[in-house]
Ligand binder design. Structure first.
Ligand SMILES: Nc1ncnc2c1ncn2[C@@H]1O[C@H](COP(=O)(O)OP(=O)(O)OP(=O)(O)O)[C@@H](O)[C@H]1O
Ligand SMILES: O=C(O)[C@H](O)[C@@H](O)[C@H](O)[C@H](O)CO
Length: 215
């Protein structure tokens, strides 16, 4: 069973397993004996730094990294490259694929994984959240990289050799439903600082969250 409490320190509502299910019975176990497996989803609109942060975090935590953009079907990439925003229908299968990839990583023995996925809308995050029902020790957490449209426009404009051009940034913000306080599994990180400071900040927040959970 998962229980939620708000943590001043990490700024998220943390869930802690208070019991595990064994052969149909619920057996309580001491928290310190529980090893949680996290699926860390690095989210936000194009150019917010998902890949740069996820790569860094995965190395620091020694976890496999799944780059969400690699699993978009070719039709989605072609649309985006041609300046056409994706629709909900373009995204459902992709979201499920990413969820399955994350679960597969855990099934094949990883202690957790880091996944990049824009997850622009709440219902997209809900698709990924289902992975947390796999087992009591599996926890899905979102790291939302927060930035203004103006800043991301600047970063995407400066970026070379990417199918997503700056003419798509506005549509990303039109689709975006920023996570609010009711989404207790989201860590929100301001990405207006330089890359190294953002990478460190995100890693610190993630570690803080893990520390809270282990208490
Ligand atoms: N905090 C930062 N400060 C300055 N530049 C940054 C920062 N974070 C990322 N960048 C740069 O902005 C660009 C976008 O970053 P990145 O590719 O990591 O974002 P992304 O969210 O993965 O983008 P996309 O989803 O469009 O692939 C890159 O050129 C990257 O080097
Ligand atoms: O849902 C979406 O619209 C997409 O996932 C985009 O966010 C891009 O793939 C990504 O950001 C690359 O620039």
């Amino acid at each position: 069973m998962l229980s939620y409490t708000y943590s001043e320190k990490s700024g998220v509502h943390v869930s802690t397993p208070s019991a595990i299910h064994t052969m149909g019975k619920v057996q309580s176990i001491p928290k310190h004996e529980t090893r949680l497996r996290h699926i860390w989803i690095i989210t936000g609109p194009a150019g917010c730094g998902k890949s740069s942060v996820a790569d860094f975090l995965a190395k620091r935590l020694n976890l496999p990294y799944i780059e969400g953009d690699e699993f978009h079907p070719r039709s989605n990439v072609e649309k985006m490259a041609n300046g056409i925003p994706l629709t909900d229908d373009d995204r459902w299968d992709w979201l499920e694929t990413l969820r399955n990839k994350a679960v597969e990583a855990l099934e094949s023995g990883a202690e957790g994984c880091v996944v990049t996925c824009s997850c622009l809308k709440r219902r997209y995050r809900d698709v990924i959240r289902i992975a947390g029902r796999e087992a009591d020790d599996v926890i899905v957490r979102f790291v939302y990289l927060r930035a203004s449209e103006e800043l991301l426009l600047k970063r995407v404009k400066a970026r070379k050799n990417h199918y997503m051009k700056d003419d798509m940034v506005h549509s990303q913000f039109t689709a975006l439903e920023e996570p609010d306080e009711s989404e207790m599994d989201v860590i929100s990180v301001d990405v207006s600082g330089n890359l190294a400071s953002v990478q460190n900040l995100a890693t610190e927040r993630v570690r803080g969250c893990m520390e809270e959970e282990s208490q």
